[in-house]
Design a protein around this ligand. Structure first.
Ligand SMILES: C[S@@+](CC[C@H](N)C(=O)[O-])C[C@H]1O[C@@H](n2cnc3c(N)ncnc32)[C@H](O)[C@@H]1O
Length: 187
């Protein structure tokens, strides 16, 4: 895993100061009973709080290419006795056998990491309910000490173009703070 990813991994407390996953998830409308797909979930910084919010009647799908990260997530889920989450090992570019199931598809600081982000958005569109939300938040395309190298970051404009390619509409886009922006997409 590249250094910039390690930074947050080993400084979860530091990250929590910048990002409160529970309040972010609530602010995008995640509620009891919903289906939530976390693409590039890693070990579950957002997956776990999402699983608690959607509760027993909800469903979570967490996908990542990192086996070790998913094992950690599975351990955490077991420890917390959470049974509403399935983990899938594999690339987000590969189409999954789900259609029109997701209330929210979550892309947390990950779109820039995908080899083919347009394909991931196309797959997301297929899995999204007609009134569902794709929530992408990512590092602003600026030079900052924290975060991935400038060259691999995606600007909001680039995300808009990728969304067009995937036949998705922009619901809104905002700067969150010094480091992050968000883009909300819909069908
Ligand atoms: C920067 S981390 C973000 C993790 C998580 N969303 C969060 O906010 O804590 C990026 C994650 O995406 C995963 N990843 C990278 N390329 C991927 C791909 N093509 N398909 C699925 N996951 C991928 C990595 O293994 C890593 O866990």
């Amino acid at each position: 895993m590249p250094d910039h990813q390690h930074h947050f991994k080993y400084n979860e407390r530091e990250r929590l100061k910048l990002q409160d996953p529970r309040s972010i998830l609530k602010s995008i409308g995640l509620k009891k009973g919903m289906t939530f797909i976390d693409l590039g979930s890693n070990d579950g910084f957002f997956t776990l709080p999402a699983a608690k919010i959607v509760g027993e009647k909800g469903k979570i799908i967490a996908l990542d290419i990192d086996q070790e990260a998913l094992s950690k997530l599975t351990q955490k889920l077991k420890k917390e006795k959470i049974n509403n989450t399935i983990t899938i090992l594999g690339p987000a570019e590969k189409s999954l056998p789900f259609k029109n199931i997701a209330d929210i598809i979550f892309l947390g600081t990950v779109l820039h990491d995908f080899k083919d982000p347009a394909k991931v958005l196309k797959n997301s569109r297929k899995m999204l309910k007609d009134n569902g939300l794709i929530y992408d938040f990512d590092w602003r395309k600026i030079k900052s000490k924290l975060g991935p190298p400038f060259e691999i970051r995606l600007s909001q404009e680039e995300v808009k173009k990728l969304a067009q390619e995937a036949e998705l509409k922009i619901k809104s886009t905002d700067i969150i703070n010094d480091l992050f922006y968000e883009v909300k997409l819909k069908k």
